[in-house]
Design a protein around this ligand. Structure first.
Ligand code: 3PG
Length: 306
């Protein structure tokens, strides 16, 4: 059995070593395709793979067609919007993610960006503090929970809205559960986004929500660029001189935002949330174990397609 690690943005070396160990211990072979620049390289590499470990790499129908021996794809991470799930099902390929494994890394980056934002990106001017401020966590999954834990250390008042997570689960963490996104945006000066990109959430962060945020508002996006209505974001930044946007997922209108709102806008050059040795090791090795357990024992615990 051949396990391919196909990562446009490579894992830390220690993570690859851990993956290799897990794969080879099971008697399987490991192949590596890192930092590839052309889709043709991926199409070529998947030809004889029985399993693939990916990150934000796109697995579409063309890739699945080329991967004739493929049985499983594991997205080492949380969001699997980069995998065509219907096509995978049609190709009889199991798709999994590794929930929670990189969550702390993403949550820590949200705070790194929040601190940079309130300190005016270290331009020498006087900034503000997070202590005592209201933070709204939009979606209380693995990353949201880590954000809540860290926010308490900063002495923030923590709120959350999650359409699917029960109130008691949120409130047992000492976080106030709100009943709607509107309430969250209206109440919280800081909102940290942790919703996945789905048909329902795409473009859902719009002017109606953003314009409700209190004075000195900051939106922190370590989730997906697709959930933002970028025209509405631009309109909000234009209307409100107090509004800041910090993101780890570069928007389509990055150049425009950078040019017009340099003092209130920041984007990482490429998604860095999960780019830590720890997150790579946790997610990468979990992916390898899930593959071994699926191929040897048929365990489908983390399957996300039907
Ligand atoms: C995820 O969904 O797990 C994060 O967005 C991390 O993505 P990455 O592995 O491409 O950095």
């Amino acid at each position: 059995m051949k396990v391919l690690v196909a990562t446009d943005k490579p894992f830390a070396k220690e993570a690859v070593e851990g993956i290799r160990e897990a794969v080879e211990k099971a008697g399987f072979e490991l192949a590596l395709l890192e930092k590839y620049t052309e889709k043709s390289q991926l199409l070529d590499a998947v030809k004889d793979a029985n399993a693939i470990i990916i990150r934000s790499d796109i697995i579409d129908a063309e890739v699945l067609d080329a991967a004739k021996n493929l049985k499983i794809v594991v997205r080492a991470g949380a969001g699997y919007d980069n995998v065509d799930l219907d096509s995978a099902t049609a190709h009889n390929v199991c798709v999994m993610n590794t929930p929670g494994q990189n969550a702390n890394a993403v949550a820590e980056l949200a705070f790194g960006m929040m601190v940079a934002g309130v300190r005016n990106f270290y331009d020498g001017s006087s900034g503000t503090e997070l202590l005592g401020k209201k933070l709204g966590i939009h979606a209380y999954g693995n990353v949201g929970r880590n954000v809540a834990r860290i926010a308490k250390g900063f002495g923030m008042e923590v709120y959350a809205y999650d359409a699917f997570c029960p109130t008691d689960v949120i409130e047992k963490d000492g976080v106030k559960a709100l009943n709607s996104a509107e309430e969250l945006y209206k109440n919280c000066q800081f909102v940290s986004l942790h919703i996945p990109a789905t048909a329902e959430t795409k473009q859902s962060i719009n002017h109606a929500l953003l314009s409700k945020m209190p004075k000195g508002a900051m939106l922190i996006n370590t989730a997906r660029k697709e959930v933002i209505n970028e025209t509405d974001l631009e309109k909000t930044m234009e209307e409100r001189l107090d509004f800041k946007y910090v993101t780890d997922v570069m928007p389509g209108n990055h150049e425009k935002l950078k040019e017009s709102y340099a003092k209130r806008y920041f984007s990482t050059p490429q998604k860095m949330g999960a780019q830590t040795a720890e997150a790579n090791i946790n997610a990468g090795i979990a992916a390898a174990h899930q593959i071994v357990d699926f191929l040897k024992n048929g365990n489908e615990k983390f399957r996300v397609n039907k």
